[in-house]
Design a protein. Structure first.
Length: 81
């Protein structure tokens, strides 16, 4: 898959947890992270996010869910394997 050039953002990322996410993702839960982002960059489901890799590498996570009703936005990321 082709991704656009990386843009640095400031976000808070933490592991997915809790009963709802466990029920939703099951065994995939270990590959899911939550991200809180309040910046101006437009993001959509399917976009790649470089969490543990540099901007020159292919993204190691992708956005699988965006909850725009929260401010800042809360997104769910899934590790790209």
């Amino acid at each position: 898959m082709e991704y656009e050039e990386a843009v640095e953002i400031k976000a808070t990322i933490w592991p997915a947890s809790g009963r709802v996410q466990a029920e939703l993702y099951g065994e995939r839960l270990t590959y899911i992270k939550n991200m809180e982002y309040g910046g101006a960059e437009a993001m959509q489901e399917g976009d790649g996010i470089c969490v543990f890799v540099g901007p020159e590498a292919q993204p190691d996570y992708k956005i699988i869910s965006i909850k725009p009703e929260y401010s800042p936005k809360v997104m769910e990321l899934e590790r790209i394997i």
